[in-house]
Design a protein around this ligand. Structure first.
Ligand code: PEP
Ligand code: MN
Length: 499
């Protein structure tokens, strides 16, 4: 029987254990591992079903074309990022980007941070060699240490509990700061655009900022802001649901909250919308009784399956099919269109609108080859118009750069990962055009970004070059947009939506 669109036949929070798994973890210290899991099992949820249902309702609006999804944060969140300055910087950046996108698309923006739990990383190689020493790859703070020492790289089960408490502290400060006015739109925001070298580009951005600040001022002047709408904003949390032992421990059975939509909620489609076709979605007959309870993964509001772990018959897909949260799936060039609909059938058999976010990440050279086939496959299935299409223009656009770094004997050259701002922008622009040309809606962007002034991606208005990369390259996994590049991307995307 279904629970809020979630099939429970043959499923339990631990049923994934009988399936093959990729990127799995083996702990040598089984006693500590068991102790860590029993501790996690008793700790309270990090987020609540009511909040999760609220996000799902908002994603439903995104799927229907009435809202836009902005998701962003670090590639690998470290426990050390759990501090006031870094949390605030990221929240402010996401807020500013969302205002720019709101201006551009004239649609409500749903904000989801890759934060308060983005601690586990899939790796292409389990081992690496640093300074001639072979060791396990860094797999995220929830698993092992990034310290280049074979002992520190052994998976440590105590990190599971550490991850919970860092997630809780981050989540706690997010809630406290938001409810105390961190995102209060009455307060002036710092939009400093001095770094934008091209004067015409700067003028253009300045005009957008003036329009946004004028609108906020006007709302204040005429008292439209007294309803409480400007004091704070919603910010949901998300991470890749990679470490299933951790996700399982925080997955609990709850009564569906009163704000959760039943699966067979009548569709509210504006009659002038291209989505009006949706009225022909298949209905189940006789209709299922409304389920009253479901399993919620309370580690975050939203979790996603990575591009490396989405095999139809494997553990991650099995775990995800049973939870009531809205979920994402990364879709890259290696996904045959013929696999996409079977995957959606498993993850969303009742065709809940907004349940699934397809996070496409092909690379700017490959998107035109793959995205149309994926859109077509979904359009020709019962899932048409139920998914949120989100573009991740980061993960298909990685490239290597050779940089010179200081060392004890002078300097040496090393290879680091980077991304070009122009490639990121190109994939986003192509995604938007392809969706438009196929009467599909690009509902969101998924970005790796930070509120710090890092130098990890090249290009952007500051015109960072490969020589600049070693100035402040601090990521422990993939290169992120810095705060200026991220805001600039929002300005440019806003421009696309106005075209
Ligand atoms: C990521 O989002 O950091 C990631 C590993 O992405 P993907 O699964 O798309 O490679
Ligand atoms: Mn990444």
């Amino acid at each position: 029987m279904a629970t809020n669109g979630t099939p429970t036949v043959g499923w339990s929070p631990s049923s994934w254990k009988s399936k093959p798994i990729v990127q799995g973890v083996t702990y040598d210290d089984q006693a500590s591992f068991k102790k860590a899991l029993s501790k996690l099992n008793t700790l309270p949820p990090l987020v609540t079903p009511r909040e999760i249902a609220k996000l799902k309702n908002e994603l439903r609006e995104v799927a229907l074309g009435n809202a836009f999804l902005l998701q962003g944060g670090d590639c690998a969140e470290l426990f050390d990022y759990c501090n006031q300055d870094m949390i605030e910087a990221k929240v402010k950046l996401l807020l500013q980007m969302s205002l720019v996108l709101l201006y551009g698309g004239k649609k409500k923006v749903v904000r989801v941070a890759r934060m308060a739990g983005q601690y586990a990383k899939p790796r292409s190689s389990p081992m690496e060699t640093i300074d001639g020493v072979s060791m396990a790859s860094f797999r995220g703070d929830i698993l092992n240490s990034y310290e280049a020492d074979p002992v520190a790289r052994v998976p440590d089960p105590n990190r599971l509990v550490d991850a919970y408490f860092h997630s809780a502290a981050t989540q706690n400060y997010l809630r406290a700061a938001l409810s105390s006015g961190l995102a209060d739109l009455h307060a002036p925001l710092d939009w400093s655009l001095g770094h934008v070298r091209d004067p015409s580009v700067r003028d253009n951005y300045q005009r957008i900022v003036e329009r946004i600040t004028d609108t906020l001022d006007m709302m204040r002047t005429i008292g439209l802001d007294t309803g409480g709408g400007l004091e704070t904003v919603d910010l949901f949390t998300s991470h890749e649901g990679l470490l299933l032992e951790y996700e399982q421990s925080l997955t609990r059975l709850f009564k569906h909250p009163s704000n959760a939509l039943p699966v067979d909620t009548p569709l509210s489609i504006p009659s002038n919308s291209s989505k009006a076709r949706k009225a022909s979605l298949p209905t189940q007959f006789p209709p299922p009784l409304p389920p009253t309870e479901g399993y919620y993964d309370t580690s975050a509001h939203f979790i996603w399956i990575g591009d490396r772990t989405r095999q139809l018959t494997h553990a991650h897909v099995d775990f995800f099919r049973g939870i009531a949260n809205p979920i994402g799936v990364k879709v890259g060039p290696s996904m045959p269109p013929s696999d996409l609909v079977p995957l959606l059938n498993i993850l969303n058999p009742t065709h809940e609108i907004g349940k699934i976010v397809l996070i496409t990440r092909y690379g700017q050279e490959k998107i035109a080859m793959h995205l149309p086939g994926h859109i077509r496959a979904v359009q020709q299935s019962p899932h048409r118009d139920t998914v949120v299409w989100q573009c991740d223009p980061m993960h298909g656009n990685g490239r290597n750069a050779t940089v010179t770094v200081p060392n004890s004997s002078g300097t040496s050259t090393t290879t680091i990962k980077t991304r070009r701002f122009s490639d990121i922008l190109s994939e986003l622009r192509q995604a938007l055009q392809i969706h438009r040309s196929m009467s599909s809606y690009l509902g969101g962007v998924h970005l790796e970004l930070t509120g710090e002034a890092v130098t990890e991606c090249v290009g952007g208005a500051e015109q960072l070059t490969e020589e600049d990369l070693s100035l402040n390259y601090t990521t422990f996994c993939d290169p992120r947009l810095n705060e200026k590049q991220a805001l600039e991307l929002a300005f440019l995307v806003a421009g696309f939506y106005r075209e």
